[in-house]
Design a protein around this ligand. Structure first.
Ligand SMILES: *Cc1c(COP(=O)(O)O)cnc(C)c1O
Length: 452
């Protein structure tokens, strides 16, 4: 099931009428004569953002959904998020500038990132940034002193969060783990404890200390991406609460908790009714509230109904992955042996990097058969195990391995699904190929075409 993307049975996929993206038929996309191309349904993005919002709303009065734009930073997507009232999670100054250009308000932006340069955080803070997550104690030092010394009113409302490394192991691709002891992300609680005790002792006057520490009022965790289960979360909730409790004892009232992103997307796509998002958020919020009930001092600050707490999430993949198909055209085929069949397409690892980068599996289908007359013949034949490969000069350049498809022919169109997250945003010009083109569809119409 895919929100706003409909694949018809094989028999109907002739003349491009077998695939619809938000009721726009594939034939309209093929008429653009651009290949390979990403096709995105913008409505499906706002719908999934809204699923997050309504799920959070059931648990907390004050909340925000920051879309992690590194998953897909295309301009029409950012505009769609803005128009749907979402916030944006950024990880570089380039993303900051792109978000502002798309009309996102600075106070709706959360800046995370493990290696921010001084000029990057300064530009964002001076520009009215709403939320900043720090990942190093020396970074925290520099930023707190910058704000402490700065007289401008603009930066008064900035909320700084400590990105906690909860040192937990989660099940996902090693490159997607971000909350383990061997991870470069976040700050260990033990280190923060030592640091705060040391820093505090440098202030003679408690009011002065309070003024200096004032912007630090949040805790942030993000333990990994493409997570298919969340049984580790109770442990994480306790680590957040222990940290918040320690901060409270040191005159820091945590007002802001950010649970990060990470909800995984299965190969078969996401449920249309948003049940995956709802149950994920319900689990997170219920677990957190239950655990918090043991922390009396914190509850006194937050209130029994948590009205004094601001809770956020930063989903990337789960918002955009299923909004998009990657469309590519068959060039040739080659059969080295019965077991080594190659289907060459015009899309490559530079356009669609996840299979070669992460070994990711994306469901592939032939969505338009070039020659109708042969269709019957093709359908009768057995399906074969194809390696779908691109023109880049590397054996690592494959889009899928052992994919069951009918006989392929030059001009056939193959679609890869769940292609909205970490695909186009990781595209490159390797081999001096053009950046991949994109088309955006909304309310049954083609809205934008961005040609690479
Ligand atoms: C990448 C990232 C996210 C989004 O993760 P998804 O798996 O795409 O939901 C959220 N927060 C931070 C800090 C990130 O780096």
């Amino acid at each position: 099931m895919r929100l706003f993307i409909t694949l018809k049975p094989l028999e109907q996929r002739i003349k491009g009428e077998g695939l619809y993206i938000d009721s726009v038929p594939l034939s309209d996309i093929l008429d653009l004569k651009v290949s390979p191309i990403y096709v995105t349904s913008l409505n499906s993005i706002s719908q999934r953002l809204n699923y997050y919002k309504s799920a959070l709303q059931k648990h907390f009065t004050n909340f925000e959904v920051f879309y992690a734009m590194k998953a897909n930073f295309s301009f029409p997507i950012l505009e769609e998020i803005k128009n749907s009232g979402g916030g944006i999670d950024i990880v570089s100054i380039g993303e900051w500038r792109a978000a502002l250009k798309a009309g996102i308000k600075p106070e709706k932006i959360c800046f995370a990132g493990v290696g921010k340069k001084e000029e990057e955080w300064k530009e964002a803070i001076k520009g009215g940034l709403g939320y900043l997550s720090v990942e190093h104690l020396s970074e925290l030092n520099d930023i707190l002193f910058f704000i402490y010394k700065n007289k401008s009113d603009e930066i008064k409302s900035l909320v700084i969060s400590l990105r906690l490394n909860p040192s937990v192991e989660v099940e996902t691709h090693p490159h997607l783990k971000t909350g383990a002891l061997n991870s470069k992300f976040g700050i260990l609680f033990e280190h923060f404890e030592i640091w705060l005790n040391q820093m505090k002792s440098q202030f003679q006057d408690i009011e002065d200390y309070k003024k200096w520490i004032r912007p630090l009022k949040g805790i942030h965790v993000h333990v990994g991406s493409q997570l298919m289960e969340n049984s580790i979360f109770p442990l994480i909730a306790n680590k957040i609460l222990d940290c918040a409790d320690f901060m409270l004892k040191n005159n820091i009232i945590v007002k802001h908790i950010d649970f990060g992103g990470g909800l995984g997307v299965p190969v078969e796509g996401v449920p249309e009714n948003g049940i995956d998002i709802k149950s994920h958020i319900d689990f997170l919020c219920n677990t957190f509230k239950n655990a918090a009930s043991n922390y009396k001092d914190l509850i006194k600050e937050w209130g029994k109904d948590f009205n004094n707490l601001f809770v956020c999430v930063e989903p990337g993949r789960s918002i955009v992955a299923s909004s998009t198909v990657f469309i590519t055209q068959v060039l040739y085929e080659k059969r080295n042996s019965d077991k080594n069949l190659f289907c060459y397409v015009d899309g490559a690892m530079n356009d669609f990097p996840r299979p070669s980068l992460y070994g990711a599996i994306h469901h592939a289908e032939i969505v338009n058969f070039k020659q109708d007359v042969n269709l019957r013949e093709k359908l009768k034949n057995n399906f074969l195990n194809w390696n779908i490969v691109g023109p880049v000069c590397e054996s690592g350049d494959f889009l899928s391995k052992n994919t069951l498809l009918p006989e392929v022919q030059k001009g056939d169109i193959i679609a890869f699904f769940e292609a909205g997250a970490y695909c186009r945003s990781m595209a490159s010009t390797y081999n001096l190929r053009s950046l991949t083109s994109e088309v955006f569809v909304k309310d049954g119409k083609i809205l934008h075409v961005i040609q690479g």
